[in-house]
Design a protein. Structure first.
Length: 719
């Protein structure tokens, strides 16, 4: 007997009327072909995608176990699809764009369906027909193209104001929200073509809440003919997408390729029929016959939902109160009916070797039979070494594989063997994924807790350090680089101290020489005179350079603002500023620079006068040295205003301006373009520190070469 084929089916949902029915029909065809079905559910891969991790780690999952692949709409992104298509395994895609991929594609003829629905509404006399769909889905784009074609064939102008994208998804709530936008737009319409039944149901709910009658005021048609279309009030006209035929055709095509009986790279379109009910105006009342089968279906839905809600509630409570070991032990309860269940977790270095370590394994009795120290390459997960029954699973069983991924990390994969749950085709939503989400989030929570505990001491020390430096760092971000400051000080002070050291050494050598001559009675009058002249000259050099060093240290000390020895004084600002000009050093040439002061006569402020003097004199010195070099003529203007307890100072000159690349550096300590010409680059840094630290204000600079410079200063007066 030949070994059974293993067929991998990739989907991002395993329940709800569309995906549930697709999976069920694929499984029925594979059973007839005596093939095993592996379902890889990519929901968590894409739901919790983030920059912290890459989903490509999951692409090789189970690839060595498969003989061929079926990929359902939205099940894989382009990167994942290309990985599969470039392998040596045949691939069949269901509802993908045939223009993008070279493989067998089975597709609903949505273009035909869209045209048929629109034509039916036109036959009812409608010309203002709105379209609501989610344009991220290929089949809905095809239905939209069919909608436009029907309008064109009937000579009805296309109006893009009648087209609305749900943006988020194609579910009931999005239909409600988008229908509300249609009403709010004020655009006139008499009918709506909704790209699926969920959107249509949401749309009708919104219309009814707004007081519109269906179909008297507005006609509505959906697509897919889901179970709820028939029972909705009014009953929903829809296009019966033959989902079952899509699935069986896809499975039969892949089996045919594997057995050499089907051609490759072929696209098959599946056509369906329109189902007319009340919502379009056909007034075809649908009365549900109360058969035993109908009652069983409703009972199945109720029991399944009740079981899922109860299980999710109980497990959710436990998951968020257990440690890592306890969370893993809850795995058997996460999945209901199974014969085997396994959790493979990525090793810490999974990025290099793609290994899954087996963290948990349960048999059909829900007994923990986890083997010690067992690992499995992701491309062969799961294999018979882990789950013995893989080579002999029952015809009704499916191998379900769930990549476990959360926002924080890729954890690994859960695999379990269980039969298909027929009730899953009856749900409007995929509800089983909720508990897996809770499981993944609980793992993240516990790992974060463990890591936090391990690093608590380090974090506390770091926080203590940050608190100590926060006051200075918040408003003087450039001062964070202490190395730069110290280097600047060392650079500036090194020259005068070096000269002083050389002079002192010279003086010491000459003094020793004179002492030797004196002790040996060889000291002449001329030698003494030469020595005394050298002492006087050397002393001048020493005094000059030591004074320069002392000045540099004093300037450096001004970087650290300290107001503890100064009290606030109330001053008349106009009179105070007018007298500052005289405080500039006489060495600065000011005869070619004029200054104007604009200040209200009665503006009085309570401030630290010495600090304000330092700000203004430093700005004036900066202008005279840099804006008007070599005695160049120029104008300086200072404007003072007060509003809402904020003193605003606009200081401007019409000098040479500042290069754009320098603007981000001018407040840095020791930044200067005049090094070697008496400037050490502390003036504007001191101004910045006084304004931001002392006064709690701000300063910014605007300038262009040749167009002058403007400093904008704000100082809170209640500081």
């Amino acid at each position: 007997m030949l070994p059974r084929l293993n067929i991998g089916v990739i989907t991002h949902r395993t329940e709800a009327s569309y995906f549930g029915t697709l999976l069920k029909s694929i499984h029925e065809s594979l059973k007839k072909a005596n093939a095993n079905m592996y379902v890889i559910n990519t929901f968590m891969m894409y739901k919790f995608n983030s920059d912290l991790k890459r989903q490509s780690i999951f692409y090789p999952l189970a690839s060595k176990n498969m003989d061929g692949w079926i990929v359902l709409s939205q099940g894989a992104d382009d990167e994942y699809l290309n990985t599969i298509l470039n392998s040596d395994k045949p691939v069949v895609l269901i509802n993908f764009d045939p223009k993008k991929y070279s493989c067998n594609i089975i597709q609903d003829d949505s273009h035909y369906g869209g045209e048929t629905i629109t034509q039916h509404l036109i036959d009812h006399g409608h010309t203002r027909i709105a379209f609501i769909g989610w344009f991220e889905l290929l089949d809905m784009v095809e239905r939209f193209d069919g909608y436009k074609l029907a309008l064109k064939k009937n000579g009805i102008p296309f109006d893009d104001k009648l087209v609305f994208d749900t943006d988020k998804d194609a579910l009931i709530e999005s239909g409600k929200i988008t229908a509300a936008k249609l009403l709010q737009s004020g655009t006139s319409f008499s009918a709506v073509f909704c790209a699926n039944d969920f959107i249509a149901i949401g749309t009708m709910n919104t219309f009814k809440e707004a007081g519109l009658r269906i179909p008297e005021d507005v006609a509505v048609i959906g697509y897919d003919d889901i179970l709820y279309a028939k029972s909705h009030i009014p009953s929903l006209s829809s296009f019966h997408q033959n989902i079952k035929k899509l699935g069986t055709t896809g499975a039969d095509t892949l089996i045919g390729i594997l057995k050499g009986k089907a051609s490759t790279n072929k696209t098959v379109f599946i056509r369906s029929d329109i189902i007319l009910r009340e919502s379009c105006g056909c007034n075809k009342t649908v009365e549900e016959v109360p058969t035993i089968e109908n009652l069983k279906t409703k009972d199945t839905i109720i029991k399944c939902v009740e079981d899922m809600l109860s299980r999710n509630y109980n497990l959710g409570t436990e998951l968020f109160s257990m440690d890592l070991g306890g969370i893993k032990k809850l795995l058997p309860q996460v999945v209901g009916d199974y014969s085997w269940l396994c959790f493979g977790q990525f090793d810490e270095d999974y990025a290099n070797n793609g290994l899954l370590s087996i963290e948990h394994l349960s048999n059909s009795k829900k007994e923990d039979v986890t083997p010690p120290n067992l690992s499995c390459p992701i491309e062969r997960f799961p294999n018979p070494d882990i789950i013995p029954d893989l080579d002999n699973i029952g015809p009704d069983d499916i191998v379900w594989i769930l990549p476990l991924s959360t926002m924080a990390r890729n954890w690994g994969a859960i695999v379990y063997i269980s039969p298909f749950n027929n009730a899953s085709t009856l749900f409007a939503y995929d509800i089983s994924s909720t508990i897996f989400n809770l499981f993944g989030i609980a793992l993240d929570r516990e790992m974060a807790s463990i890591e936090s505990s391990d690093n608590l001491l380090t974090l506390q020390k770091t926080l203590d350090t940050l608190r100590e430096t926060q006051e200075q760092l918040v408003q003087t971000e450039k001062m964070a680089s202490l190395v730069g400051v110290v280097s600047g000080v060392a650079h500036e002070i090194n020259t005068p101290l070096g000269v002083s050291l050389t002079a002192a050494s010279f003086l010491e050598q000459n003094s020793n020489k004179i002492m030797e001559q004196f002790q040996s009675q060889k000291l002449s009058r001329k030698d003494l005179q030469v020595y005394l002249e050298a002492c006087i000259e050397t002393s001048k050099i020493l005094m000059s350079n030591l004074q320069r060093s002392s000045g540099l240290v004093s300037r450096f000390k001004e970087i650290a603002v300290n107001r503890s020895n100064e009290d606030k004084v109330k001053i008349n600002l106009e009179s105070f500023v007018g007298n500052i000009w005289a405080l500039l050093p006489p060495t600065l040439s000011r005869k070619n620079v004029s200054i104007s002061i604009e200040c209200p006569h009665n503006l009085s402020v309570s401030t630290y006068p010495n600090r304000l003097i330092k700000i203004i004199t430093s700005l004036l010195e900066n202008s005279i040295i840099h804006a008007f070099p070599d005695g160049r003529k120029g104008n300086i203007c200072m404007e003072f205003t007060s509003q809402n307890n904020i003193l605003s100072i606009t200081y401007s000159d019409n000098g040479s301006g500042i290069e754009k690349s320098y603007l981000t550096k001018i407040f840095d300590p020791f930044f200067t373009t005049k090094r070697g010409h008496g400037s050490i680059g502390l003036g504007l840094n001191i101004v910045y520190n006084i304004i931001t630290q002392e006064f709690g204000g701000s300063i910014s600079c605007e300038s262009q070469p040749g167009s002058g410079t403007v400093f904008n200063i704000t100082i809170p007066l209640d500081k």
